[in-house]
Design a binder for this molecule. Structure first.
Ligand code: ADP
Length: 352
């Protein structure tokens, strides 16, 4: 169990104009799972490499349980990295692959084999000690890689997109296995992923990154429901933003006036956001609804997506089968007050 504190961590690679990691501060409580979520190139893997000690920061600090890691070599940090590919030794058996780290520590053979068996039970692959990696599926190879990573009892496990090459069903069972093992062993884990649902379903806390910057760090539900900035909201799947001036609880936008709740007072420019599944489509006028025109309707299996024209703006609405039948032509789009939330504008160059 290790608590990790990252303070003002900064890394700019040579010949790069933008820092890969830009003054990031994070606290990962002992025994929790933090997901680093963000688009490709947002600095997630670099943070992992800096924590593992295989790359050095330009500035800032990393502490494990209060101990500064600046001069602690990678192999003395008690942190293990696991990658997208299993990287098993092809000519060694599963048992020898898993026991590799223990052999280096000169553990006696019987004790070593006990540890291997215990790890194979933990990853739910008992009895495959004698197999070779080529005889295993991709998901099984990742389980063996996980067993190999855990057998030396690291305090910290760093996972760099470990499920992204697996098909969805295998990915889900492995995600569940990792979460169960993380809880059972009380290990501190960092998971790098660009898959929003993976981060939200697995993590205790999600750190949302973009272009080397930390946009937000919060519990999955809070981050999903109330992302604090426009960019964070966009990365959480929000595409409707309305800007306007506040007059009491009325927000005057280019599209019309809407009632809003609990927003900062004053007549300053405010931006509100709403998730696509919280917008409602009505065949006739209703409270807090604006006239719209259906430009496109797409059946997506679990939901139907509408593209609406509201004045000059395009708004996407997600409805579920049976919500309101199939609407077309002139409609009204309703903005339920309880689902509207204010966001800070961190994309000033774009129009609301
Ligand atoms: P992510 O894991 O979110 O995809 P990375 O941490 O791999 O992002 O990369 C962040 C940025 O740093 C990218 O712009 C990438 O091109 C750059 N970068 C990463 N590693 C190196 C390196 N060894 N040398 C130069 N630039 C790098």
């Amino acid at each position: 169990m290790t608590q990790i504190e990252i303070n003002q961590l900064h890394k700019c690679y040579p010949r790069q104009t933008m820092p890969a990691v830009n003054r990031i501060t994070l606290n990962i409580p002992s025994g929790t799972l933090l997901a680093l979520l963000g688009p490709s190139g947002s600095g997630k893997s670099t943070i992992l490499k800096l924590i593992a000690g295989i790359d050095q920061p330009d500035a800032g600090s990393i502490h494990f349980d209060g101990q500064d890691m600046a001069r602690v070599a990678a192999n003395r940090r008690g942190a293990v990295l696991m990658f997208q590919k299993a990287y098993l030794f092809p000519f060694l058996s599963v048992a020898d692959n898993i026991a590799f780290g223990l052999k280096i520590k000169r553990m006696p053979r019987t004790q070593m084999m006990d540890a291997v068996r215990h790890m194979l039970d933990l990853v739910e692959l008992p009895g495959i000690e004698g197999k070779r990696p080529a005889q295993l599926s991709g998901g099984e190879q990742q389980r063996v890689a996980l067993a190999r990573a855990l057998v030396t009892r690291p305090h910290v496990l760093l996972l760099d997109e470990p499920f992204s090459s697996l098909d969805p069903a295998v990915r889900q069972t492995l995600q569940e296995a990792v979460r169960r093992i993380q809880r059972e062993l009380g290990i501190t884990m960092l998971l790098v992923t660009h898959d929003r649902s993976e981060a939200l379903s697995m993590a205790d806390q999600v750190a949302l990154l973009d272009q080397g910057r930390l946009l937000a760090c919060n519990a999955p539900r809070q981050l999903f429901q109330r992302p604090p900035t426009r960019r964070a909201a966009r990365l959480m799947g929000v595409s409707t933003f309305l800007s306007g001036t506040l007059d009491g609880n009325r927000l005057h936008t280019r599209l019309g006036a809407l009632t809003v709740d609990a927003l900062p007072n004053g007549c300053q420019r405010t931006i509100v956001a709403i998730r696509p599944e919280h917008l409602r489509l009505l065949p006739m006028p209703g409270p807090n609804a604006l006239p719209a025109h259906v430009a496109e309707r797409t059946f997506r299996g679990e939901h139907v997506e509408y593209r609406l024209c509201v004045g000059e703006e395009t708004i996407r609405v997600r409805t579920y089968e049976g919500d309101n039948g199939d609407l077309s032509g002139s409609v009204f789009v309703q903005f339920p007050v309880e689902h509207l939330f204010a966001v800070e504008d961190d994309e000033p160059e774009q129009q609301a």
